[in-house]
Design a protein around this ligand. Structure first.
Ligand code: GLC
Ligand code: GLC
Length: 649
């Protein structure tokens, strides 16, 4: 809380003056070696310090050593600015001049695990031609930092933010890779895992040994008293792994806050030293060439007794303060929030001053929902009411990722359409586990919680869309439908507005990999079913039009080509159309008042018709068909084959 009587503009000015004069002394050598950098730093700091100071005050003014931490923060910020390589400084200037660069219809993301996709960083470099062939401009490499041996939550347990996991390569190689990707117009995205570190991170090890400065970075409690009080209001995130949010470590001995796995120790951001440490690691990584940080599990970063400890206002202040730091020392950087929570909460992370990008978990979940129900009502409602974003921000739209599918639609939205959220989630889980009569999906349950009835779904795009079942049953009709479902979902994410993100492997129809059952570290986590190693034979067959892989890949390429050809797909402006047919989703896209593109998506395995009136209203007659097999009928209506995605423009 800010002191009420404080004259903020005056104090901001005074604090900045005091701090700069101290920096001028301690950084005298750097300043005389690189006066231009110091000049630019001061200019940017002048612009962003008021925001940074206000946020830091709000978060930490109650600490007697507030000013010590603030000074340390500015120090590390200035040092990061001096350490920034020349090519990244040039990129900073370029991005500052074109802040909307990521809104372009040329943008296309891909995501993969370094080891599973290409063994190591050198292997990833070798895949650049493939990334170019696909049209990627943004590559998210899954966590590649030093991680514990054995179970490490797919790298989401970080032992050091400054070291690449040795089997994958080195930090120097990572910086070189970032540069090579950039030369090919591909921006590197990495995770910034800020909620927790691995229990074997140096900070955690020192905390376990009782060093006070480190102990205060984590939630470490001698007995159950405090954990019990917190747990009254906490949700269980990984109930399969441990009940509640704390783990007992007899060797300390203490209870440690572990929202996710026992080896992932939550950081306590109420301590300004934690904020400063994470800021320093972030700026270090930005200077290696990371352009986009995927901010992992942001909903959990602030804890407060008596609350769910999710999505608290201070979590936003932390992110905004980190954002302000990037504006000063690495303005290229964008944040992408990973908040897989209620859609109202997802939206709160998105702003130019917080996270410019956000996963769109609602669109993702509702795409799958619509495949199951063949009814576009929830999806249409979500696009109409929840898709529009503030200027200077964008969705990252996706179909699948390395995580499970959580049914994070809003119960209130569902109720408005007469749908009971709880029952409907049960239906979706049954459907995607393949247990509902007639289901084409082959998914797996994840973190089923008998206490709450909660469950999420694992599985690859192709297996969830019916390809696994069709191939197993050697059913060519179902196989063709499954391919159409995949293209339908990807067609929506490529055209809806924002950055489409391909979970690499989906473009080749990769199926579930059940071998995780045999892996001691993975067998308890069904998400490994959709994290198979890349299969070179499958990749080879992408050019063979006689098989499902080649057919799928060719259609993927047409989707990408169409997106890149039409500037109307830039930006995020989307207008929902009433297609007068519940099985058909319809929307129009335009950008800067240009032409209007029309998209129709048939979510049913049966042909559907859109009546003539809808077409007249939207001037469809004056447009040509850019994609799909839709055709006008004699009566003037539009005929859409099963699962057709039709685009007119
Ligand atoms: C994020 C990751 C997930 C991981 C969790 C804990 O949600 O996507 O894979 O398990 O964070 O780090
Ligand atoms: C929880 C978290 C989400 C994470 C997921 C991992 O749902 O809210 O952030 O991705 O767990 O499965």
């Amino acid at each position: 809380m800010m002191p009420a009587e404080m004259n903020l503009p005056f104090e901001t000015e005074r604090a900045l003056g005091r701090l700069l004069s101290r920096l001028e002394v301690s950084l005298a050598a750097e300043i005389s070696a690189d006066p231009a950098c110091w000049q630019a730093f001061q200019t940017r700091l002048g612009a962003h310090f008021p925001r940074l100071f206000r946020l830091y005050l709000e978060l930490y003014v109650g600490h007697y050593d507030f000013f010590y931490h603030l000074e340390a923060l500015l120090h590390l910020l200035a040092r990061a600015a001096f350490a920034r390589p020349a090519d990244l400084r040039a990129l900073d200037a370029q991005r500052e001049a074109d802040p909307h660069w990521f809104q372009s219809n040329q943008m296309l993301g891909g995501v993969c695990y370094v080891d599973l996709f290409a063994q190591n960083l050198a292997g990833i470099r070798g895949k650049i031609p493939y990334f170019k062939e696909l049209g990627l401009t943004y590559l998210h490499l899954m966590p590649l930092f030093k991680m514990p041996a054995g179970d490490n939550d797919g790298g989401y347990a970080v032992s050091s933010f400054r070291e690449v996991h040795p089997p994958l390569g080195t930090m120097r190689e990572l910086a070189a890779l970032a540069r090579q990707l950039r030369e090919h117009d591909i921006s590197l995205c990495l995770d910034l895992i800020i909620n927790h570190t691995a229990s074997e991170h140096d900070w955690a090890k020192k905390a376990a040994l009782g060093e006070p400065d480190y102990r205060e970075m984590y939630g470490i409690f001698p007995d159950r008293a405090t954990p019990d009080r917190y747990e009254r209001t906490l949700r269980e995130i990984f109930p399969d792994e441990h009940p509640g949010a704390f783990t007992w470590f007899p060797e300390i001995p203490a209870w440690v806050w572990t929202t996710f796995h026992s080896y992932q120790w939550d950081l306590m951001y109420a301590n300004p030293a934690v904020f400063n440490h994470i800021a320093e690691e972030m700026l270090f990584l930005a200077n290696q060439g990371v352009e986009i940080f995927r901010l992992d599990a942001v909903a959990f970063i602030w804890k407060q007794l008596g609350t769910s400890c999710e999505n608290l206002p201070q979590a936003h202040l932390i992110l905004q303060a980190l954002n302000a730091l990037t504006r000063v020392a690495a303005p290229t950087v964008l944040f992408k929030s990973e908040a897989i929570v209620h859609p109202d909460d997802v939206a709160r992370y998105i702003s130019p001053d917080e996270c410019q990008l956000s996963y769109n978990p609602l669109l993702m979940a509702l795409l799958w929902n619509t495949l199951a129900t063949r009814d576009t009502n929830l999806l249409t409602q979500a696009l109409a009411n929840r898709f529009s974003l503030p200027e200077g921000t964008a969705w990252v739209n996706y179909v699948r990722c390395h995580d499970d599918i959580g049914w994070t639609f809003s119960d209130e939205d569902a109720a408005r359409l007469g749908i009971n959220g709880y029952d409907h989630r049960r239906f979706l889980n049954e459907f995607f586990r393949g247990r509902f009569p007639g289901s084409f999906a082959r998914g797996l349950p994840f973190q089923e919680n008998p206490k709450t009835g909660d469950c999420r779904i694992s599985g690859t795009c192709a297996s969830l869309a019916g390809l696994e079942k069709a191939l197993l049953e050697e059913d060519p009709v179902e196989e063709a439908l499954a391919l159409r479902r995949i293209i339908l979902l990807y067609g929506v994410v490529m055209t809806a507005g924002g950055i489409p993100l391909i979970y690499l492997g989906d473009e080749l129809g990769v199926l579930n990999d059940y071998s995780y059952h045999d892996h001691p570290d993975h067998k308890h986590d069904s998400r490994w079913a959709h994290r198979p190693p890349a299969d070179p034979v499958r990749a080879q067959s992408r050019h063979d039009p006689s098989g499902p892989v080649g057919q799928l890949y060719a259609r993927f390429q047409s989707l990408v080509e169409m997106r890149k050809d039409r500037p109307e797909f830039a930006g995020g402006n989307l207008e929902v159309m009433d297609t007068q047919n519940r099985a058909v989703l319809g929307y129009a896209r335009s950008n800067n008042g240009g032409a209007r593109l029309l998209v129709f998506a048939n979510f049913s395995e049966h042909p559907q018709v859109v009546p003539e009136a809808v077409l007249w209203q939207n001037n469809l007659m004056t447009k040509s068909c850019l994609l799909g097999e839709a055709g006008l009928q004699a009566d003037g209506s539009l005929h859409l084959p099963p699962y057709d995605l039709a685009v007119f423009g």
